[in-house]
Design a protein around this ligand. Structure first.
Ligand code: GAP
Length: 515
């Protein structure tokens, strides 16, 4: 999908009820999104697939569901109160805010008439999704400025933070014409603050959690004390997190309220390297198994200078979104940093006693931390397809059947001869097991197209033949093949196709028409 097509995806999401801007009737609110009837199913299927594959079907994982607001000491221990901030600059003229680390400055050195080679001008580029993605847009803008001024003798590009403070006065902001409207960068904490109880005083300040991870560390002892777990084991949590992002952007990619799916995997220090390699691969393979093509996915190991001081290794799983290659999930080797910090701040012993070696130590942690909204967006981008069919273009969302919001749609070919009643009874049988949809309105071809846009993998049609031999047609969304099956036990057959146990017949039929 080219970058232009992001607009098509956003518009399909709105039109078909996947994602809406939050509080839209009041003009929306930046960085907040609502999931509509199809979107909520899609996102739930992603979270369920994660929970099923990473927790339920493993013996070394347990789950948790922690509160969003925690004792604020948690965030002092984790470092979020002191250090969870971005450098922020304001434009005094337009009141716009920018992240200084996402801005590029184009440095032009002109041969000024009176003092050749001496004049230096600074020009802003515009913002992008991240430091690297910002560059092309910034470059294009700077190119236009350069043309207006005449070709520069020499030009270079630097990050804003590299511009000496005394030179920042010469920088021109992204949406103004003159220099000197930008403030100096200042540190902006991304945590949303609130007050607990009736008093709005400093002693009552609390924070909406910026990650779910800390709830897991704070409960490490509780989970160990329940006696179900033995190293190595992981604790997982899915839930809302909040960050007052300076520049929410790229649809749901960078939101202020979002959902995370996080695992903290605890192990012996000497085994941590191996577990890191294991999770790096396991998490990458999970996305591939659900349909993200591996050539759009990338595992990027952080350079040593990108690592947090306590981490010996971190890798990002990145996806080639239409707006650029960006992070879906991070897998971090966090050592014993978090448990040690919480021991320091809480005064509680969070070490682990290993029955086998009769020794006590602080476990090390591998953290695969994923975003449910980013995963949803990646699966939407991957699924979006425009196919040519019978001299027409159909828009189809080719979701993996496990993720599809609706698994089956059941149609009577026409609204008579008992076909609606038969179709409704099949729909009722199916909806006990999966999200199913009944539709009797309009031409059957139009009904197929509507389901294509929703990403429904199987459409089941009741026709004249059904009434004589109790068979129905199944139409496969991607291949457009249609084949006949007995209607009895169709729920079992569809279940097997969704789980991959049963493949749609190849080449056997076509027959059924698309219209
Ligand atoms: N506990 C580690 C942690 O929170 P992170 O890299 O800050 O690490 C993990 O966040 C994941 O959460 C990201 O890879 C992304 O998928 C998701 N995420 C983070 N900030 C987000 C935002 N503003 N909007 C949507 N998803 C976000």
């Amino acid at each position: 999908m080219s970058s232009l097509d992001m607009e098509k995806l956003v518009s399909l999401c709105k039109r078909r009820g996947f994602i809406f801007p939050s509080s839209e009737i009041y003009g929306g609110i930046g960085g907040f999104w609502d999931y509509g009837p199809l979107g909520v199913e899609l996102k739930r299927n992603i979270k369920d697939a994660w929970w099923h594959d990473m927790i339920r079907t493993r013996d070394d994982m347990v789950g948790l569901d922690c509160s969003i607001i925690m004792n604020p000491r948690v965030w002092e221990a984790s470092g979020h109160v002191g250090g969870f901030s971005d450098p922020l600059v304001d434009c005094k003229k337009t009141k716009e805010r920018y992240r200084a680390d996402q801005l590029w400055v184009f440095v032009y050195r002109f041969n000024a008439k009176d003092a050749p080679g001496s004049m230096v001008e600074f020009w802003w580029g515009s913002l992008g999704g991240g430091p690297d993605e910002a560059r092309p847009a910034a470059e294009a803008r700077a190119g236009k400025v350069a043309k207006k001024l005449g070709a520069p003798v020499d030009s270079s590009v630097v990050g804003y933070m590299q511009v000496a403070p005394e030179d920042r006065e010469k920088v021109i902001g992204p949406s103004v014409e003159e220099s000197g409207t930008l403030t100096e960068p200042r540190s902006f904490n991304l945590m949303f603050k609130t007050y607990v109880g009736a008093l709005e005083s400093d002693s009552n300040v609390a924070y909406l959690r910026p990650e779910t991870a800390q709830g897991i560390f704070a409960n490490f002892k509780n989970v160990c004390d329940t006696g179900r777990v033995k190293l190595p084991f992981g604790i997982a949590q899915v839930g809302k997190s909040f960050r007052n992002e300076i520049n929410p952007r790229n649809f749901t990619f960078r939101s202020r309220e979002f959902e995370q799916m996080e695992i903290e995997f605890f192990c012996k220090p000497e085994e941590a390297k191996e577990w890191y390699a294991y999770w790096r691969k396991t998490r990458f393979d999970w996305y591939v198994s659900l349909g993200l093509q591996s050539d759009k996915l990338r595992l990027r190991d952080h350079d040593p200078d990108e690592l947090a001081f306590y981490s010996t290794a971190t890798a990002d799983i990145e996806y080639a979104f239409p707006f650029g290659v960006s992070e879906l999930e991070g897998i971090a080797h966090r050592g014993d940093y978090d448990l040690t910090q919480h021991m320091k701040f809480s005064g509680k012993d969070l070490t682990y006693f290993d029955e086998d070696s009769k020794s006590r130590f602080t476990p090390h942690v591998i953290e695969p931390s994923a975003g449910a909204d980013r995963a949803t967006l990646a699966f939407l981008c991957e699924a979006y397809t425009e196919d040519k069919v019978e001299n027409d273009t159909r828009t189809v969302l080719k979701f993996h059947p496990r993720l599809a919001p609706i698994k089956t749609a059941v149609f009577p070919l026409v609204k008579r001869d008992g076909m609606p009643e038969k179709a409704a009874s099949i729909h009722h049988q199916l909806r006990e097991k999966f999200a199913s949809f009944y539709d009797e309105k309009g031409a059957v071809g139009r009904r197929y197209r509507r389901q294509d846009e929703a990403g429904t993998p199987y459409c089941i049609t009741v026709d004249g033949q059904t009434l004589t031999d109790d068979t129905v047609t199944i139409r496969d969304r991607d291949s457009l093949r249609q084949w006949r099956v007995p209607s009895a036990n169709i729920d079992v057959m569809i279940g097997d196709m969704i789980s991959g146990k049963l493949q749609a017949p190849q080449g056997e039929i076509s027959g059924g028409s698309e219209s």
